[in-house]
Ligand binder design. Structure first.
Ligand code: PRP
Length: 208
């Protein structure tokens, strides 16, 4: 039988997931000592780990070339897609928030507000739910720069410790949604390999 293939979001979520697999008792030496390799066996090859960027984890799972994936709820909220979201792993915890420069009022005035963000869909749907039209400007990183440079009135971004905001004179004015790592599963894999997937999900759930 082919190994179950699981796409892991490179970086912190990858490390936390490997920690969880080790807690289950799986040998993760190959991933720990991976060098620049991107596809690695776990527990002697019963699982195959694929290391990818967050958005790509969703793409690989949606297309069924990976059976499962571990990805942040932030990416799921931004990208959407058709797959099952089956388990909250509890790590990678942070939150989506609306932030502005300290002391600058966000609401009020007549113009359409501009929001800089790596997550334009999340920003748009948040303000849509408040019945408010905004202009979302896509930024690739260090979004905190945008209000400082007066490109935008505010940002919608993930906040973990709040240090980046604080050190740049910004403040949270509204919390939008909690974020943490989730396990996603391809819809066809879920049918064809249900038993194996459920066994793994149970082990992950028990050991998280
Ligand atoms: C994220 C986020 C904030 C920062 C929040 O950025 O976009 O900038 O972390 O963390 P904090 O509340 O603990 O300070 P990331 O480090 O992923 O880099 P990027 O902005 O270049 O994407």
């Amino acid at each position: 039988m082919k190994p179950l293939r699981i796409a892991l979001t490179k970086g912190r979520l990858e490390k936390d997931t490997v920690g969880l697999f080790e807690k289950i008792g799986y040998d993760c030496t190959a991933v720990r000592e991976k060098g620049r390799k991107l596809i690695l066996p776990i527990d002697g090859g019963r699982i195959e780990a694929v290391l990818a960027k967050a958005n790509d984890v969703i793409t690989y799972v949606e297309h069924g070339v990976c059976d499962m994936g571990v990805v942040g709820k932030d990416t799921i909220m931004e990208m959407g897609g058709s797959f099952f979201e089956l388990c909250d792993l509890g790590f990678g915890r942070c939150r989506f928030a609306l932030a502005t420069k300290k002391g600058s009022p966000f609401y009020g005035g007549y113009g359409v507000k501009t929001i800089a963000t790596k997550y334009p869909n999340v920003a748009r749907s948040y303000f849509e739910s408040k019945g408010m039209d905004i202009e979302a400007i896509k930024i690739e990183g260090s979004v905190e720069l945008a209000p400082l440079l007066e490109l935008s009135d505010g940002i919608v971004d993930i906040v973990e410790t709040g240090t980046t905001l604080k050190e740049n004179g910004l403040q949270v004015i509204e919390d939008i949604a909690p974020v943490s790592a989730r396990v996603i599963v391809n819809t066809v894999s879920m049918k064809l390999r249900q038993k194996e997937i459920e066994e793994l999900l149970n082990l992950m759930e028990k050991n998280k």
